[in-house]
Design a protein around this ligand. Structure first.
Ligand SMILES: *Cc1c(COP(=O)(O)O)cnc(C)c1O
Length: 469
């Protein structure tokens, strides 16, 4: 259970902000703006709440960065980590060696994974795991005597990490323009985003249509050139984009038809977020490889990896050296944290709770936000949800009027949330959440009430600025 640690004395926020601005280059950050504003210093977490250096409490509706599935303050993870650190803080798995937590976790993951998965390759992060996928599928086709099968097809607005291969697999234009990406051999098709591309179709029709873009691209490239297709079951960083139910089965059919490997990037959707250990089960995805990270340790210690299905594993295991791996592949402390995290998820039945209880409750409560004048749509899948801020509503989603993107209405809304004790993320004008799986029904009520209140504040500000009638 969560414990209440002693509250540390409040640090000198201004001094920390000054040092932060002077020395710390943050990820994905405009530093001029940050220096002017000063970073918010987080000092403590317990359950679904965080406290900052000024003693303010915030409800963390983003689970840190999609990862703190079991919530903050889990003493038993701290203890598992401390025990492993005392016993063996590090050893590698390179030289015909292994460690107890790495073996135990591999066996546990094989048990939790969908049928046909019995092997794991460890990395330190989701990005490294997707780099591993690139090398692994190319190695696979090499060993199969089809070395010309090298191209990996991904989707626009996907997020697969920030290493060279991860950012290339991802479909974020803002990342591609910095550093000459994508690297060769990675191409993108359009995302299954009904609101963007589905006008004139039902969602189900659109799902099949969006999947047909994959077949089109495979035929353009030549099936004998295509190694794999990669996708997130539900796009996360792209804005919680939930595909129509027809999309994944059709993608599976196309991959089968052209013998293309299917990679499910479950870095966000794995470990209970959608009410299954892996969302592939929920959407009828039959992947050959599954990327994981984030929720595997609830972020307490970095860990990632690839679950390798039998088709690929059997070839790799017969294929001699696979010249790939990381110093921290199978880090014993990270694996110990993962084992305890998974034990908590099981003991507290959190995956089932999201499936049968709090997930449906969140869906119903979150959907009520669509009655707010500023909200065009509010939808969710398990413990991921998003709402669109619109200037004018319409019964047909494709006719709703959006705000001019230069107004950055989402960021304005996010600031109101942040100032009023709730963390929500803005992707353009879509406000998204991915709360810790421990969130109770009462806390869901608290969260939805707070979101509604902040939407009111946002609406009032937009009116005051003359951006809304
Ligand atoms: C976060 C994320 C990654 C990258 O994981 P890191 O641990 O940040 O390298 C990859 N894929 C998806 C779907 C993610 O959300």
């Amino acid at each position: 259970m969560t414990t209440t640690p002693t509250v540390p004395a409040l640090p000198d926020t201004a001094a920390l902000q000054q040092l932060d601005a002077a020395h710390y280059l943050h990820p994905f950050t405009d530093h001029a703006a940050l220096a002017q504003q000063g970073a918010r210093v987080m000092v403590r977490g317990d359950g679904i709440y965080l406290w900052d250096s000024e003693g303010r409490k915030v409800l963390d509706a983003m689970s840190g960065l999609w990862c703190v599935n079991v919530g903050y303050g889990r003493r038993s993870i701290t203890e598992a980590v401390a025990r492993q650190m005392d016993t063996l803080p590090f050893y590698n798995s390179f030289f015909n060696t292994t460690t107890i937590p790495a073996v135990q976790l591999a066996a546990k993951l094989a048990q939790l994974a969908p049928p046909g998965f019995h092997h794991v390759f460890y990395t330190g992060s989701g990005s490294e795991a997707n780099d591993t996928n690139v090398r692994m599928v190319r190695r696979y086709w090499d060993l199969q005597g089809q070395p010309e099968r090298t191209v990996i097809i991904s989707r626009r607005n996907a997020y697969h990490g920030s290493t060279m291969a991860g950012a290339s697999l991802g479909g974020m234009t803002g990342m591609h323009v910095q550093g000459g990406l994508p690297i060769p051999g990675i191409v993108h098709i359009e995302q299954p985003h009904y609101l963007e591309h589905g006008a004139g179709m039902t969602a189900e029709e659109f799902g099949v249509h969006a999947a047909s873009w994959l077949e089109e691209r495979i035929r353009e490239l030549g099936p004998d050139k295509v190694a794999a297709f990669i996708g997130e079951p539900v796009q996360g960083a792209g804005g919680v984009i939930i595909p129509p139910s027809t999309y994944w089965p059709e993608i599976g059919r196309i991959c089968d038809k052209y013998d293309v490997l299917l990679i499910a990037d479950e870095v966000i959707t794995g470990f209970g977020r959608l009410g299954r250990w892996f969302a592939s089960e929920l959407y009828g995805i039959r992947p050959d490889l599954i990327t994981f990270a984030k929720g595997v340790t609830s972020g307490y210690i970095p860990l990632g990896g690839v679950l390798v299905g039998d088709r690929v594993a059997n070839v790799l295991r017969r294929g001699g050296d696979f010249n790939h791996g990381f110093t921290y592949s199978g880090h014993p402390v990270a694996c110990a944290a993962a084992l305890e995290n998974i034990r908590i998820l099981e003991e507290e039945g959190l995956v089932e709770r999201v499936a049968n209880d709090t997930g449906p409750y969140l869906k119903a409560r979150f959907a009520t936000l669509a009655t707010h004048p500023l909200v065009g749509t509010a939808d969710s899948a398990g413990f991921m949800a998003g709402l669109n801020l619109v200037k004018r509503k319409a019964a047909t989603v494709h006719y709703q009027v959006r705000f001019d993107p230069v107004l950055r209405v989402g960021m304005l809304c996010r600031a109101h949330m942040f100032d009023n004790g709730i963390i929500m993320r803005a992707v353009g004008d879509r406000m998204i959440i991915a709360p810790p799986l421990v969130m109770t029904r009462a806390q869901i009520d608290e969260m939805v009430d707070r979101i509604r209140y902040c939407l009111d504040l946002t609406q009032a500000e937009l009116k005051a600025r003359g951006w809304l009638n």
